[in-house]
Design a protein around this ligand. Structure first.
Ligand SMILES: NC(=O)NCCC(=O)O
Ligand SMILES: [Zn+2]
Ligand SMILES: [Zn+2]
Length: 461
């Protein structure tokens, strides 16, 4: 079966150019001047639209156990919502519980995801129990296509690793060519501040932000960078939110160190004012690192332009307001951490293009091409080119939409972006050549997505 996408502006990291795209089965077979390809079994008219590589969200948490509950999107509902929003690949986190092995964790995540995804998916591994055997197992994870390991300087007693444990994992990563991803917040200091606030009767959601000051993200980021320098391991800072952390990343990159960072749409658009909303509404915005003062946002947009921030991921981790966020009424420390967003990343970053913060090329680069390159998926994913998977988004840059819980497809009872007006909308999405979203609705299936075993040799290009 062949499909011709004709008349559109094909986007790459270089910007837009008028071209047609021919798909045969699951693969793009040609990209050519308008009118030069085809005929095909089916033609999709993309006149006036962008034709871009499907989004790659390198940071999601489907069905994640956290804070005594689970994030509410299953792999099925979460990947379906992702597809609606123009994301055709996710990389989710398998979570090692203390006392368990990395390999049994990987098996468990395969059981959850395999046969249950609407789009292709890979895994990173969260290492929360550093010991001789888990260090050894890191190589087996790499062999199983999982070559990136997230560690936490936050959440003492849960996911937290000491500096010594981080050093050991970084040494191993350096030895086997893997990447360490870091949740960089000083969790030991934060827990003291949070306990003091609670003891003083300060219980509201905004305290989550006030007790996690940006300096403690900056400090942890600098510490992770120094540990990476000593060990020679590449480092990827996840969900960077604060100007102080960005400055540390920029300095390391200027010095030529292999340090990379992502930010997330919530840090570009939402702020501590959302966390301070009355009637416990602020709980909808509790995530770590927390939403910051608005003054950080301009620095983050600049970081995206200068490539000190290389990737935009969502850190999609949805908990319902009712029954889940509610667990922390009376104690902000018990509010499950996470904000839903897997469906909206492409639209929200397109707003950056509309506002003049990003070029079209940078939109594609931060949301698709760079995550593909960094995590061993390029050129199979992240580019519209002959030989690549036909993961293609046809995007109408002039369409208008309003984000809302009433219209989104994520399995969560609120939208963090309720009422936000967006210019631009996904019109059609192909996942490996199959139309999964079109103006007639969702036509995919949650058995379509395949596990992506990632190639370490492609990492961090
Ligand atoms: N970010 C967050 O609040 N929840 C998900 C877990 C994590 O990424 O730290
Ligand atoms: Zn994290
Ligand atoms: Zn996360």
């Amino acid at each position: 079966m062949t499909t011709l996408i004709s008349g559109g502006q094909v986007l790459s990291t270089m910007g837009a150019s008028a071209a047609d795209v021919l798909v045969d089965g699951e693969i793009i077979v040609a990209v050519g001047a308008p009118g030069t390809l085809g005929p095909a079994d089916e033609t999709i008219d993309a006149t006036g639209k962008y034709v871009l590589p499907g989004g790659i969200d390198a940071h999601t948490h489907m069905e994640m156990p956290f804070g005594g509950t689970h994030s509410v999107d299953s792999f099925g509902t979460g990947t379906t919502a992702a597809a609606w929003g123009g994301t055709t690949t996710i990389i989710d986190f398998a979570v090692q519980a203390k006392g368990t092995s990395l390999l049994s964790t990987m098996d468990k995540w395969h059981e959850k995801a395999d046969g249950n995804c609407a789009i292709d998916y890979g895994f990173h591994m969260i290492v929360s129990d550093v010991n001789d055997s888990s260090l050894k197992e890191m190589q087996a994870c790499v062999d199983g296509g999982v070559g990136s390991f997230k560690m936490f300087m936050a959440y003492p007693g849960v996911f937290y690793s000491t500096d010594g444990e981080i050093l050991l994992a970084m040494q191993k990563a350096r030895e086997i060519g893997a990447t360490i991803m870091m949740h960089a917040e000083n969790g030991i200091a934060i827990d003291q501040l949070a306990a003091q606030a609670f003891a003083a009767g300060k219980i509201d959601p905004v305290q989550h932000g006030l007790t996690r000051p940006p300096e403690l993200e900056g400090e942890a980021t600098s510490r992770a960078i120094q540990l990476a320098k000593v060990t020679g391991a590449p480092l990827y800072i996840v969900h960077l939110s604060a100007s102080q952390a960005l400055a540390a990343v920029a300095e390391a990159r200027n010095d030529g160190q292999n340090v990379f960072a992502e930010t997330c749409p919530q840090y570009l658009y939402l702020s501590i004012e959302d966390l301070a909303k009355p009637d416990f509404e602020g709980s909808k915005y509790v995530a770590s690192p927390p939403l910051r003062e608005k003054s950080h946002q301009a620095d983050l947009w600049r970081g995206l332009r200068t490539n000190d921030l290389s990737v935009v991921s969502t850190d999609h981790c949805p908990f319902c307001f009712k029954d889940q966020k509610e667990l922390g009424r009376g104690d902000f420390r018990a509010i499950p951490n996470g904000i839903p967003g897997v469906e909206h990343r492409m639209d929200l970053l397109h707003q950056g293009v509309v506002a003049g913060e990003l070029t079209l090329g940078r939109w594609v680069e931060t949301c698709s091409t760079t995550p593909a390159r960094m995590f061993g998926l390029y050129p199979r994913k992240g580019v519209i080119a002959a030989g690549s998977d036909a993961d293609i988004v046809i995007y109408d840059p002039a369409a208008k939409q309003t984000l809302s819980v009433e219209t989104h497809h994520m399995n969560v009872d609120y939208s963090a972006y309720e009422g936000m007006e967006i210019t631009g909308k996904v019109e059609t999405v192909l996942s490996r050549g199959r139309v999964v979203v079109s103006p007639s609705g969702f036509s995919g299936s949650t058995t379509h997505g395949k596990f992506l075993s990632r190639d370490l040799n492609q990492y961090l290009n």
